[in-house]
Write a protein that binds this ligand. Structure first.
Ligand code: NOJ
Length: 759
């Protein structure tokens, strides 16, 4: 099978669908003329410099720092610096480039502004649980505005990797498991970061990690990826394409290999697909030392070959590897890399600088005034609190334990109950955790003097010395105290309170990059605390802090109320307290499935049927002996303080042609005791396809507000686009036949209707 040939054919089909067509070359723009003139003066060394990026020593997000990078800047051998911010520091480095180099070309400053710059928003997975695209766009916009005031031009976000393995720590950085929703969120985030134009108050976005990183084997970070072409095309690539359509300025390669070729050397991926077929106009940066790592992958014999493979594949900038700097001049002399290839890469990098306005004013983004007034402004903090509340998912609320009354006494128990560092989560680079609001502080702020609030830690995050050592070696600051004393003190405090708020989960370092876990339950130290608190027989509200789905069967069986809060950012404590005391009615819905146990992975809502669907009576059917097939909490799941009832969905036609629109309506009633919001979800199933189709695919949602007692008719429209998929010949099309439509409150609890598609 010729991989390249099939793939190309496949993606030409995709292009037709997406309406991309090669247009005639436009007359030379002002930007083209400026860059051509600049490039005509550049030496090969200076060109290679533009393709070279180094980390500053202000922060470290990978294994190495290049000594002497400042000398390199002054010699014109660097095009970009990352991990440097603040107007003062970026100005200092920019001056080195602009004043001391022959051609005065400004640097472009990048940074991992993932979920906020200094005002920290919930981790991206948490934010995605809001199903609120406008709110996600706004949070990215604020992050970009703060970053741009702080000397930055470019964020290494969004991460759009579809992720279905909760062992992988980086599920925290994405939008969950669904391709359709993930693509919408990817677009919203790009629009948010970049704004309508680069006017100095937004930053360039970077779609990452291209491609397949979410499918690392065993959920182990940096591991290899081996997926079918169908999975690549149907599941992995669409959110990437969505960001190209949204005008994203840059792409980052992924660490992993794909079909045996590391992404950073994958010409088909970077050039044929991304640049040629999708028409991506920005530049491609590698991930941190991804070029050097090819030697370990084993597709090249040495660093020089790695650099050549990357350039020839379509990489435009080497992040931190220094391999272009070391070898490319020689490779050009030997004819291993053409000057044309170098020129194309340089042009893409210079165009980004031009579009950002750096040639007009290299200090445009070093804005002390804006940094002082805009960063962590009250408006930004209010927005952070608002989206934090939107991101929480109420997993259980037996007999309406929540919301709590604003009277009596509350004991906050648990290692995350009065913690600040973890609130801002992982990848909160410039965030100041001292400014975060802990849960206990939030409860005091929101409940005021009418509630007596006490706190006890109860347990260490973990007592596992090996894990603690690793967390603390990589920037963690986890203190460990005598577990017996902690437990005893917590029981004393808890036994005196009317209600216990049990704050448990992961510390921020247990999620994110290089934080894979084979056991995704709450650590044993905290399990012991939970068991002991349970025996007190008091009402317990479990408040979870975590960056991935956890296995929670015991917790679900023993505690009446469970609130998932992820790592909610600077305003975490206030936002959680808003929900606990009913100032805000939670409406978040999971965007990633919570399995019952690690043994169920992979488990996601869009799975396909087997030839032997599970049946309790039939031994020879697809099931486990020890657990059901369904997860603990399915995709789309989340409760409210009120209850919503759904009538059956009504279709306006039972047969449609490809040119028709199908209107689906459903009446939803709030028949509980609170006003509230509901995410009404619509899924489809193509009953028979030339290739097998998933049991459900999300194709619509609406977040609606209903006063108590109110009913609303919610309307969706499906078109032929919603029914298309890559058929057996890899043609993107719909196929005539029977379909089902499901509407409901989550991917499991739905009601259905049917229709037929005819030609
Ligand atoms: C490695 C990570 O994979 C990537 O997401 C990040 O942007 C870079 N390091 C830079 O910090």
């Amino acid at each position: 099978m010729n991989y390249k040939k099939i793939s190309c054919a496949l993606f030409f089909a995709a292009l037709t669908v997406n309406g991309f067509s090669q247009s005639k070359p436009a007359p030379k723009s002002k930007m083209d003329q400026y860059i051509s003139s600049l490039m005509s003066k550049m030496t090969l060394e200076e060109k290679i410099g533009q393709l070279t990026q180094y980390t500053s020593d202000m922060a470290l997000t990978g294994p190495s720092i290049r000594a002497g990078y400042k000398d390199d800047i002054q010699k014109g051998l660097v095009g970009s610096i990352f991990n440097a911010y603040t107007p003062a520091y970026t100005r200092q480095l920019q001056e080195m480039a602009v004043k001391n180099t022959r051609l005065h070309i400004p640097l472009i400053f990048g940074y991992d502004v993932i979920h906020g710059h200094k005002t920290i928003f919930p981790i991206p997975l948490g934010e995605s649980s809001s199903w609120d695209l406008a709110a996600m766009e706004k949070s990215a916009h604020i992050a970009g505005a703060e970053a741009s005031a702080d000397g930055l031009h470019w964020t290494f976000a969004p991460m759009v990797d579809i992720a279905r393995d909760p062992r992988w720590g980086r599920v925290a950085e994405g939008a969950g498991e669904d391709v359709w929703l993930g693509s919408l969120i990817a677009k919203a985030r790009v629009k948010g970061f970049q704004g309508d134009k680069y006017d100095g108050t937004s930053v360039m976005a970077c779609t990452k990690h291209f491609a397949g990183y979410g499918f690392v084997q065993g959920g182990r970070d940096y591991n290899i990826v081996d997926v079918s072409q169908r999975t690549l095309v149907e599941t992995i690539l669409p959110p990437f394409k969505a960001t190209v359509d949204a005008g994203v300025g840059s792409f980052m390669t992924s660490f992993n290999e794909l079909a045996g070729v590391p992404s950073t050397a994958n010409k088909w991926l970077l050039t044929d697909l991304l640049k040629k077929q999708w028409g991506f106009k920005g530049f491609v940066v590698t991930d941190y030392t991804a070029i050097n790592e090819m030697v370990n992958h084993g597709n090249v014999a040495n660093d020089k070959e790695a650099a050549e493979a990357a350039l020839n594949a379509g990489v435009d900038m080497d992040m931190q590897g220094a391999e272009f700097a070391r070898y490319t001049k020689q490779s050009v002399a030997e004819g291993k890399v053409s000057v044309k290839t170098i020129d194309e890469a340089v042009r893409r990098v210079l165009e980004a600088k031009y579009k950002l306005g750096l040639f007009d004013d290299p200090y445009k983004y070093c804005n002390e005034d804006r940094a002082r007034t805009e960063i962590m402004s009250q408006a930004n903090l209010d927005a952070a609190r608002d989206i934090a509340r939107k991101s929480f998912v109420l997993l259980k609320n037996y007999q309406q334990v929540l919301p709590l009354k604003k009277s009596g006494s509350v004991a906050v128990i648990g290692p995350l109950g009065d913690d600040k560092r973890d609130m801002i989560g992982n990848w909160s680079g410039a965030g100041d955790w001292n400014k975060a609001v802990s849960l206990t502080e939030g409860i005091k702020n929101v409940a005021g003097n009418s509630v007596q609030v006490t706190y006890a830690k109860g347990a260490n995050i973990t007592d596992d010395a090996n894990i603690l050592r690793q967390l603390n070696n990589s920037g963690g600051d986890i203190s460990v105290e005598d577990p017996e004393k902690l437990l005893k003190a917590a029981k004393d405090v808890a036994s005196k309170a009317d209600v216990i708020v049990l704050a448990v989960g992961e510390s921020q370092g247990m999620t994110g990059e290089a934080a894979s876990r084979s056991d995704i339950s709450i650590p044993e130290s905290q399990k012991r605390l939970m068991r002991e608190i349970y025996t007190l027989g008091k009402p317990v509200v479990l408040v979870l802090f975590n960056g991935r789905p956890l296995t929670l069967e015991w917790e679900d069986a023993h505690f009446p109320a469970i609130l998932e809060t992820w790592f909610a950012g600077t305003e975490a404590g206030n936002a959680i307290a808003d929900v606990l005391f009913g100032n805000y009615n939670p409406a978040g819905k999971l965007t990633i499935t919570f399995p019952r146990s690690v043994g169920q992975i992979p488990v996601y809502y869009g799975m396909k049927n087997t030839g032997r669907p599970a049946s309790p009576e039939n031994k020879y059917s697809s099931k486990y002996l020890d657990i059901p097939n369904d997860p603990l909490y399915p995709f789309g799941y989340g409760l409210s303080y009120t209850t919503f009832t759904y009538r059956r969905p009504v279709l306006d036609k039972t047969t449609i042609k490809t040119t028709d629109k199908l209107n689906v309506s459903v009446t939803v009633t709030n028949n509980g005791n609170y006003d509230g919001e509901e995410v009404v979800q619509l899924y489809i199933r193509d009953m028979v396809g030339s290739v097998t189709r998933p049991l459900k695919q999300l194709r619509g949602f609406q977040k609606v507000f209903l006063r108590k007692g109110e009913s609303k008719e919610i309307k969706f429209t499906l078109t032929n686009e919603d029914l298309k998929f890559y058929d057996v010949n890899m043609k993107y099309t719909s196929e005539p036949g029977d379909f089902k439509v499901f509407v409901g409150t989550n991917s499991r609890d739905t009601q259905e209707a049917s229709f037929k598609l005819t030609i």
